[in-house]
Design a protein around this ligand. Structure first.
Ligand SMILES: Cc1cc2nc3c(=O)[nH]c(=O)nc-3n(C[C@H](O)[C@H](O)[C@H](O)COP(=O)(O)OP(=O)(O)OC[C@H]3O[C@@H](n4cnc5c(N)ncnc54)[C@H](O)[C@@H]3O)c2cc1C
Length: 354
């Protein structure tokens, strides 16, 4: 089966890997270079936040994203077994805290999780328990919520690892190649239409205008280096207007995000957004004042009105989109769902592929 995939972001790469494992010939098209920072996948914080995302108003992720940490552990073990570059991953849970003035927002999240999710999927911490779990926050907050099933993944290392395994398995990578239109069995490029047994559309926000109901929501975040601070898990700051989260990486750098703006504009991070993110960060811990700002990035999250993803499979056609703020959280589930919808043989063992 020859598969043409439009979009080599998160879903495009995961699908390419799995389809190559099943003996398909895969041609992957992306309008950017593999390490380009334009995609949501390259920009994202990589939080696996099934429960704390309820702070944004929906509890659907608590069901859809349950088991994400376990599923990623398995996927990463498979990548490692295939010899792919390592991916930093952490599944030690996450914390939600609030300043006294915003205690009502933390309490609202706690009630929402208790009544609409499950009281046994999180723990309410007092100040002492919070300090024990995350010593850097000692004395800074009266308590918080601990969400043991959450985690985070280094999104950029994951993309590098997937690119490596795709090339290793013989995937054809057409970087800098825009797909103007995708349809069953075909991808239209600038220099003509390519025909496939299966066409896959994973263009994320790049498919807005060609995928009914899909829109782009802008998100901005910062990458900082703060060697003197040792947060060991993601921390979210409950706030009435915006939710700051900080996701650690292996090298004492952190991803700080993220704004949520109803706009498809693709300019650089605004002063307002940078001020909001940085002031919230400083309020989480004043030692962040000495951190270095490494990058400020903006990208678009593709979403439908209900903020839920779609997997559509018809003969010669697969489209996965609408992953919104939860692409990394939901990817393992969506990957299985997409593959189950296709008429494919079972995975071919690595030895047989080479
Ligand atoms: C600021 C921000 C923070 C985020 N944080 C998190 C988080 O902490 N946790 C989480 O789970 N999710 C997070 N997300 C969401 C997550 O990044 C997305 O849900 C996920 O990347 C979507 O995957 P995708 O493959 O559908 O799209 P993308 O990852 O955007 O990939 C789409 C690919 O298609 C390519 N493309 C687009 N148009 C064309 C075209 N015409 N021709 C060829 N190629 C094209 C793009 O270059 C890109 O490589 C965040 C997103 C943003 C923007």
């Amino acid at each position: 089966m020859h598969v043409g995939i439009a979009g080599a972001g998160l879903m495009g790469r995961l699908l390419a890997w799995r389809l190559l494992q099943r003996g398909c010939q895969v041609s992957l098209y992306d309008d950017h270079a593999p390490a380009g920072c334009a995609s949501a996948a390259m920009t994202a914080a990589g939080m696996l936040a099934a429960l704390s995302e309820a702070a944004e108003g929906t509890t659907a992720m608590a069901t859809l994203g349950a088991g994400a940490v376990v599923a990623w552990r398995q996927l990463l073990a498979e990548l490692a077994a295939e010899g792919a570059p390592p991916v930093w991953f952490q599944g030690r849970g996450s914390l939600v805290v609030a300043h006294p003035a915003d205690a009502a927002d933390l309490e609202r999240l706690r009630r929402l999780l208790t009544t609409r999710v499950a009281a046994d999927r999180f723990h309410t911490l007092d100040a002492a328990a919070l300090s024990e779990l995350e010593p850097e926050l000692a004395g800074r907050f009266d308590g918080g919520l601990y969400l043991p099933e959450e985690g985070c993944i280094d999104n950029r290392q994951l993309l590098v690892s997937l690119e490596w395994v795709i090339r290793q398995l013989g995937g054809e990578w057409h970087a800098g190649t825009s797909v103007k239109e995708a349809a069953p069995g075909q991808l239209r490029l600038a220099d003509g239409t390519q025909y496939f047994d299966l066409a896959v559309d994973c263009r994320g926000a790049g498919a807005v205008g060609q995928c009914p109901g899909l829109r782009a929501v802008r998100g901005e975040l910062l990458r900082i280096a703060a060697p003197e601070l040792q947060l060991s898990r993601p921390v979210r700051l409950a706030h009435p207007r915006y939710q700051l989260y900080i996701a650690p990486r292996a090298d004492n750098s952190y991803v700080v995000g993220a704004t949520e703006i109803e706009s498809a504009a693709s300019h650089a991070v605004t002063v307002r957004s940078a001020l909001e993110l940085l002031s919230a960060l400083f309020s989480l811990h004043p030692a962040f004042a000495e951190a270095e700002i490494l990058e400020m990035n903006a990208a678009h999250r593709a979403t439908f009105t209900d903020h839920l993803p779609r997997v559509e499979a018809t003969p010669k056609w697969l489209r996965v989109n609408g992953l919104y703020r939860h692409g990394f959280l939901l990817a393992p589930t969506l990957l299985d769902k997409a593959l189950a919808a296709l008429p494919l043989p079972q995975a071919v063992p690595m030895a047989a592929v080479s």
